[in-house]
Design a protein around this ligand. Structure first.
Ligand SMILES: NC(=O)c1ccc[n+]([C@@H]2O[C@H](COP(=O)([O-])OP(=O)(O)OC[C@H]3O[C@@H](n4cnc5c(N)ncnc54)[C@H](O)[C@@H]3O)[C@@H](O)[C@H]2O)c1
Length: 247
C-alpha cells in the first residue's frame, strides 16, 4: 500500500486531499497543529493516522515522522496561514509568523521527508502555493503573497536538487476556492457573485478541484511533470485585461 503525508490536514483543502488519497488506497498521515480538529478528520478518513505537529519546529516534525513509522511515498505541503492588514499596519510578529508557517514550514517538512525518500530512491512532493504568489499580489494580505512566491521558487529549487534522487517535486497554485481560510468570503451571496464574475469560467473552485490535481501529480500519468507550478484558478490569472474594451 502506498502512503502519503499531508500537512494542514485539519484544514479545508488538506482534509479533502487526505480524503481523496484514502479513497485511492493510500495510507494517509495527517499533520496539523490543531490536534482536536485533526482527531475529527482522522475519524472520517479510512486508513489515516493523526500526527499532531508544529511544522515550524524540526523536532516536532521528526516526532510525527517517527509516529508515522514508514518512509512516505508522497508529501503534500498544504499548511498555511494569512494575517490580513496593510503593510504599514502589520506587526513584525504577524509577518514573521506567516513566513515561518508558509515558507520555513514547507522547507522543514520537505527536508525531513526528502532525507527519507532519498534513501528509498523515490518520492513525490507537492507544495501548495497560491495565485497570489504569481504576478498578482492581493492588497492587505501582508506577507502571504511573498511567502507563496517563495513556495513556488523553493519548489523549483527542490526539483533541481532532488530530481536526481528520484524525488519528483511540483507546486499547485489555487485561485478562488470556497474552503478553509477563504470560506468566509463566500457566505455573502453578493460577494460570491462578484468574485464568480471575475473568473473566466464564472465559478468559484472547491477543495476537490485542488485534490483532483494532487491525485494526478501523485499518479504515474504525470511521471514526466517535474518542477512545474500548476495554476488551478478557472482562468483568473489570465483575466487582468478582461474588462478592457475592444471594437
Ligand atoms: N482556500 C483558498 O482559497 C486558498 C487559495 C490559494 C491557496 N490556498 C492555500 O491552500 C492551503 C490550505 O488552505 P485552506 O484554505 O485549507 O486553509 P485552512 O486554514 O483551512 O488550513 C490550513 C491548516 O494549516 C494548519 N496550520 C497552520 N499553522 C500550522 C503549523 N505551524 N503547523 C501545522 N499546521 C499548521 C492549520 O491548523 C489549518 O488546519 C494553504 O497553504 C493556503 O495558503 C488556499
Amino acid at each position: 500500500m502506498k502512503n502519503l503525508l499531508v500537512t494542514g490536514a485539519a484544514g479545508g483543502i488538506g482534509s479533502e486531499i487526505a480524503t481523496s488519497a484514502s479513497k485511492e488506497g493510500y495510507r494517509v498521515g495527517l499533520i496539523d497543529q490543531n490536534s482536536a480538529k485533526l482527531k475529527e478528520v482522522e475519524a472520517k478518513i479510512e486508513n489515516s493516522i493523526s500526527l499532531p505537529a508544529d511544522i515550524t519546529k524540526e523536532d516536532s516534525v521528526n516526532e510525527a515522522l517517527d509516529l508515522f513509522g514508514e518512509t512516505p511515498d508522497g508529501l503534500v505541503n498544504c499548511a498555511g496561514i494569512v494575517r490580513f492588514g496593510s503593510l504599514l499596519d502589520q506587526q513584525v510578529k504577524d509577518f514573521e509568523d506567516v513566513i515561518n508557517v508558509n515558507l520555513l514550514g514547507c522547507f522543514i517538512v520537505s527536508c525531513c521527508v526528502a532525507r527519507l525518500m532519498k534513501n528509498n530512491g523515490s518520492g513525490n512532493i507537492i507544495n501548495i502555493s497560491s495565485i497570489s504568489g504569481g504576478k498578482h499580489p492581493a492588497i492587505h494580505s501582508g506577507a502571504y503573497a511573498a511567502t507563496k512566491a517563495g513556495v513556488a521558487m523553493l519548489s523549483e529549487q527542490m526539483s533541481l536538487e532532488w530530481g536526481r534522487e528520484g524525488i519528483r517535486v511540483n507546486a499547485i497554485s489555487p485561485g478562488f476556492i470556497d474552503s478553509g481560510m477563504s470560506a468566509d468570503h463566500y457566505v455573502d451571496p453578493v460577494e460570491r457573485e462578484k468574485r464568480e464574475g471575475m473568473v473566466p469560467i464564472q465559478k468559484i473552485g472547491e477543495a476537490q478541484d485542488i485534490a483532483n490535481v494532487v491525485m494526478f501529480l501523485l499518479s504515474d500519468e504525470s511521471s514526466y511533470i517535474h518542477g512545474e507550478n500548476i495554476i488551478v484558478d478557472g482562468g483568473v490569472m489570465n483575466s487582468v485585461l478582461a474588462n478592457i474594451g475592444r471594437n
